[in-house]
Design a protein around this ligand. Structure first.
Ligand SMILES: [Zn+2]
Length: 259
């Protein structure tokens, strides 16, 4: 781009750029900077080349309209809908437990993978059964956090014994594998939290219609600028002290003087 050359800024492309910057709300100073000229050069060009002046005006008008509309909206007040969404539990058929939902097939696969598809106690691979850390008869549930993969022989040997005390007595006891089990329990705990979250889903529970009350500052600003004859500070002072009837008279007389 040949910055600084007025010929370029008079071309279609140049004018489009200028209009865009003005529309973006850039000041003349910023636009001059983008054009690579000084503010005073831009002012000169505005005088010399009506195309540049008109384009700047056109771009700024768009922003002015947008601000005007926003101001008018604030001045008049407006209503809007507030949507409230809440998580509610899935009312599906899944059996719910105090520690979460019943182990799914996918979760069982995750459990087995965590232990490399080996018995978590002896390390044997092969057919794996679901061992309850807290036994069923003690209220242990078939949930991810209470289930370990173990071989048939470990499962029938452990039965309803307390997990660690039983495990430590076994010839194949391994500190590493015991640690792995405890790591798994905390892993399952965090996963259960995520899964529970997902079980619940967001629904719209409330739609509240709210009203933004008219904003007096916006009103005054609007009226003072749109109807300076009526609403300039002089007239405003009158309003503060006089009754409605008097105001009309006073505003009328102010207006007459202005004519
Ligand atoms: Zn085993």
């Amino acid at each position: 781009m040949a910055k600084g050359k007025y010929e370029y800024w008079l071309s279609e492309e140049g004018l489009i750029l200028i209009e865009g910057w003005a529309r973006d709300g850039l000041t003349d100073k910023q636009i001059a900077q983008n054009m690579g000229v000084s503010r005073s050069t831009l002012n000169e060009w505005k005088k010399k080349y009506p195309d540049i002046l008109d384009t700047l005006k056109r771009g700024k008008e768009v922003v002015d309209y947008e601000v005007e509309n926003a101001l008018l909206k604030r001045a008049l007040g407006f209503t809007y809908k507030e949507v409230v969404k809440e998580r509610i539990p899935d009312s599906g058929q899944k059996k719910r437990h105090s520690n979460g939902v019943e182990l799914t097939e996918t979760q069982w696969e995750i459990v087995k993978n965590y232990f490399n598809n080996e018995c978590c106690y002896c390390g044997k691979s092969g057919e794996l059964t679901k061992d309850h850390i807290k036994p069923l008869i003690e209220g242990g549930e078939l949930t991810m956090i209470n289930v370990l993969p173990c071989c048939k022989s470990c499962n029938s040997s452990k039965k309803d014994h307390e997990m660690l005390s039983w495990y430590q007595k076994q010839p194949f006891y391994s500190k590493e594998r015991a640690k792995r089990i405890y790591d798994y329990v905390s892993f399952a705990g965090s996963i259960m939290g995520v899964l529970e979250e997902r079980e619940n889903y967001l629904v719209v529970t409330k739609e509240i219609e709210r009203t933004a009350l008219p904003d007096t500052t916006a009103q005054i600003f609007w009226l003072k600028n749109r109807r300076p004859d009526k609403w300039r500070d002089k007239a405003e002072n009158v309003i503060d002290n006089k009754s409605d009837n008097e105001i009309k008279i006073n505003i009328a007389s102010t207006r007459d003087k202005n004519k």
